[in-house]
Design a protein around this ligand. Structure first.
Ligand code: MD6
Ligand code: FE
Length: 201
């Protein structure tokens, strides 16, 4: 198995995906986004999020004035595409979970996008981890605790890095403080893609 760093229960696999795997994944994701385009999510309080979002799988995670939830269709009404095999194989390699992911959330960060500290808790089965894949520009990942506040640790996630949030870290707060513009060479126009695989039901 590849090198693994464990911090606060988060398991980080630096450089798990080689360049050609990352390139195949981007090709697959472009097809997904043709079927289910990125949209600009709004928090339940009406605040626009700085990332743009889409998903693949049986469910996509969405947010709008009605709240945070999983939905079987894109906000514009189309079905979500299937989760690409290139992405599913990462789950098989690192999740140690007998269930299959039902959602691959696709988050797209431009230069100024970030993600505030949050828990991923809209899923039903917290015995399954969330697995995240980073592509493109580097993002500063902040890892916290199961309760809001307390000490945090930060780490730059690079293209091809994979993070597993399971066990004691499954409900830990985490976020992306900022993007390092132009740090990646995978995406010709720059930016960062983060995929998170989740079992929803
Ligand atoms: C990101 N990731 O890396 C945001 N969630 O852009 C997440 O929110 C996340 O990396 C659950 C598990 C791992 C993650
Ligand atoms: Fe998250």
């Amino acid at each position: 198995m590849a090198k693994k760093i464990s911090t606060k229960g988060f398991e980080i696999y630096p450089g798990l995906l080689d360049r050609s795997t990352q390139e195949s994944m981007v090709t697959d994701l472009r097809k997904c986004l043709q079927q289910a385009p990125l949209f600009a999510p709004v928090t339940p309080s009406g605040k626009p999020m700085s990332v743009r979002m889409s998903a693949a799988g049986q469910f996509g995670w969405v947010t709008d004035r009605k709240g945070y939830r999983y939905e079987p269709q894109h906000p514009e009404g189309m079905n979500w595409p299937r989760i690409p095999e290139t992405v599913l194989s990462v789950w098989q390699a690192v999740s140690n979970c007998p269930r299959q992911p039902e959602c691959c959330l696709i988050n797209w960060y431009d230069d100024s996008a970030k993600m505030g500290m949050h828990q991923d808790k809209d899923e039903a089965d917290f015995s399954c981890p969330v697995v995240s894949i980073s592509l493109g520009d580097e993002g500063l990942f902040r890892m916290g605790n199961p309760e809001r506040g307390g000490k945090t640790e930060s780490l730059w996630l690079r293209s091809g890095d994979v993070v597993v949030m399971g066990g004691t870290a499954r409900l830990a707060y985490h976020g992306i403080d900022r993007i390092r513009t132009g740090s990646g060479t995978l995406l010709p126009k720059g930016g960062r893609i983060n995929l998170t695989l989740r079992v929803v039901t």
